[in-house]
Design a protein around this ligand. Structure first.
Ligand code: SF4
Length: 352
């Protein structure tokens, strides 16, 4: 298939060199182009003055750097920027498949320059968690590796990226080949270290056991959301029938194989999974395991049956885990006033 954007060819160096030659350049110009975009973050051909003018002129006409278009965006008071990116649909070039990418500037208090970029891996999501707007319409398709890379390049154009969470729309382990290809490139050529990238999954045990020995270029987070099997069947429908213990054992295997501690993500749904019994059972199940827990108070989604827990309930839950010897932190979502819940911007566009 003919490539329609430069980013697509970053995964095929021979094809990139051929493309540049067909536009009057030399093979080494392909390497320069690569360094300019991936290394230096230059996102317009006119600024690439080390390329011959005829090559720049030709590329500018019909070969965009990214395959996506920015269809919508919202910026919160704290400068958290959510982008709605549209990728050409493979079935209908006039249509766009949309995903969300979020650029979250670091808080100065943490003393870290740059931002965290939250990246999507699929158009829609097959996991269908009932509290998540992204899972409502199911899966449309997987993103290709260059479409995942495009999100990093679009995010970096807003501001420096110091961390990334693969935690946007989609389940990364169900599109792992493309995710892995993209993250390896990001790691090697955009310079984001493996400890600065966190991939979040609902935790398919077989897939975790298969990926762990491959020196994955990321840290792992597993979305648990409850310590009870029957409730997890409801909250994470695609994992129905998989016992939580199997997931935890796969998590232990991950730590033993990679040497990197797991984070268990827990979306706190007020009145659903935030009781004392939930906290004490979770504490018992995780006690003695090399892991930590990230508590995420639910972000209200329009038409949702679920509630955001109150601050004191969240703190009680966290303290109960600490009492059980489990390190737990609370992550209040940033940019709450501007469609902060995952999938909201996409939902709004679909409703329009
Ligand atoms: S919470 Fe994550 S896994 Fe669940 S439906 Fe939403 S995007 Fe998919």
């Amino acid at each position: 298939m003919t490539a329609r954007s430069l980013s697509e060819l970053f995964f095929d160096p021979a094809a990139l060199a051929a493309e540049i030659e067909s536009r009057g350049g030399r093979p080494f110009h392909a390497r320069i182009l690569r360094e300019q975009v991936l290394g230096a973050g230059i996102m317009d051909y006119d600024s690439m003055t080390s390329l011959p003018g005829r090559v720049r002129d030709s590329l500018r006409v019909d070969f965009p750097i990214l395959s996506c278009r920015e269809l919508d965006s919202s910026v919160a008071q704290d400068q958290t920027t959510k982008l709605l990116l549209g990728f050409p649909s493979p079935e209908d070039q006039g249509r766009h498949d949309t995903v969300e990418t979020v650029h979250i500037p670091s808080l100065r208090a943490k003393g870290e320059a740059g931002a965290t970029l939250c990246v999507s891996t699929q158009v829609g999501c097959p996991v269908a968690c009932p509290f998540c707007a992204s899972g409502r319409a199911g899966l449309s398709r997987n993103l290709a590796a260059h479409e995942i890379l495009d999100q990093f390049l679009a995010g970096r154009a807003i501001g420096k990226i110091s961390r990334s969470v693969i935690m946007g729309i989609g389940e990364p382990l169900l599109n792992f080949k493309a995710v892995d290809q993209a993250l390896r490139l990001v790691h090697e050529e955009l310079g984001l270290g493996a400890r600065k990238i966190t991939l979040s999954t609902v935790g398919f045990p077989d897939r975790l056991r298969a990926v762990a020995p491959q020196e994955p270029p990321f840290q792992l987070a597993i979305s648990l959301h409850t310590p009870f099997d029957t409730e997890r069947d409801v909250l994470v429908p695609a994992m129905k029938g998989t016992p939580i213990e199997e997931i935890l054992e796969a998590g232990d295997f991950w730590f033993e194989t990679t040497g990197r501690e797991i984070t268990y993500e827990y979306v706190l749904l007020g009145g659903t999974n935030d009781s004392r019994e939930h906290a004490s059972t979770l504490g018992r199940r995780l006690h003695g395991r090399r892991c930590n827990v990230n508590l995420i108070p639910f972000n209200p989604v329009s038409d949702s049956d679920y509630n955001r827990p109150r601050g004191e309930e969240v703190e009680e839950f966290r303290a109960s885990l600490e009492e059980a010897g489990v390190v737990a932190t609370v992550r209040w979502s940033r940019g709450l006033e501007s469609d902060a819940a995952c999938g909201q911007l996409r939902l709004r566009a679909a409703q329009r």
